[in-house]
Design a protein around this ligand. Structure first.
Ligand code: FES
Length: 278
């Protein structure tokens, strides 16, 4: 598992400013629940200064910590000051995030940008800016270029850690490499060889699945009144039962199952398939 700072743990276990600001002056929605992460940021703004900020998220512990940190950073800032906040500021506030979790800070920055655009009456159509490069996670070339420039990234792995792009089927890796080469000017850069899947013993895999469900997925689902329980593991098939609000509607239920699956594939091994017990 990752080495989280005390501040990340504190903001995960005691998130600040959870919920929605009543009569919000700015709302920023980002992410896609089907991809495992979604964040809503709401702001109250008085005389161009942020007097209150709250968040709701469906994401892992780092996403909760990053969103909580963002709301703390934002309070008292003018909109011009808020506009200058980057994902690195969010990570710095938390005394750092594991690189594999930097996409959580990027999601915070994107939610802030969306909220500022909303406050200023600027319409941002999703995916309008740029072409989708990673179909698995719906990440555009504009987003990839931005994180490469802002964070000095130079490898596909880093882009995956910051945006999730490339973290699924990997078919977008050549396109991501092309963007890296273009942005960094490293036209001759070698395409990093794909990392071989880590061999994991069955016992270790089962333990990691249980830990991931208990520590990452279940707490995130509980935020939205849902939950998941591990029922059984047979090879790479993980049997779970879903509970709470996600079971009220077949679409939400299917999305939640697919989110649990994508989370486990991301955090344990890509070979896993999640099925609901009857
Ligand atoms: S298209 Fe990017 S990982 Fe599948």
């Amino acid at each position: 598992m990752w080495d989280y700072s005390d501040k990340v743990k504190d903001h995960f276990f005691n998130p600040r400013n959870v919920g929605e600001v009543p009569d919000a002056d700015a709302v920023g929605d980002v992410g896609n629940i089907a991809c495992g992460d979604a964040l809503r940021l709401t702001l109250k703004i008085d005389n161009d200064r942020i007097s209150d900020a709250k968040f709701q998220t469906f994401g892992c512990g780092s996403a909760i910590a990053a969103a909580s940190a963002l709301t703390e950073i934002l309070k008292g800032k003018t909109m011009d000051e808020a506009e200058k906040i980057t994902n690195q500021d969010i990570a710095d506030y938390l005394d750092g995030l594991p690189e594999a979790k930097m996409h959580c800070s990027v999601m915070g920055e994107e939610a802030l940008e969306a909220a500022i655009a909303n406050y200023r009456g600027i319409e941002i159509a999703p995916c309008e800016e740029g072409a989708i490069i990673c179909k698995c996670f719906k990440v555009t070339d504009t987003v990839i270029e931005k994180v490469i420039k802002e964070n000095g990234l130079s490898t596909i792995d880093q882009v995956t850690h910051y945006t999730k792009a490339g973290g699924g089927c990997k078919s977008c890796h050549p396109d991501i490499q092309e963007i890296i080469d273009r942005v960094t000017g490293a036209g001759e850069a070698e395409t990093p060889k794909p990392q071989p899947a880590k061999k994991m013993s069955n016992i270790k895999k089962m333990k990691l699945i249980q830990e991931t469900i208990d520590n990452e997925i279940s707490p995130a689902l509980k935020q939205n009144g849902s939950d998941v329980e591990l029922e059984d593991i047979d090879g790479n098939t993980v049997y779970v039962s879903l509970h709470g609000s996600c079971t009220e509607n077949p679409n939400t239920r299917a999305t939640t199952r697919s989110t649990v699956e994508s989370r486990l594939r991301e955090l344990v091994t890509e070979e896993l398939v999640v099925e609901e017990t009857a």
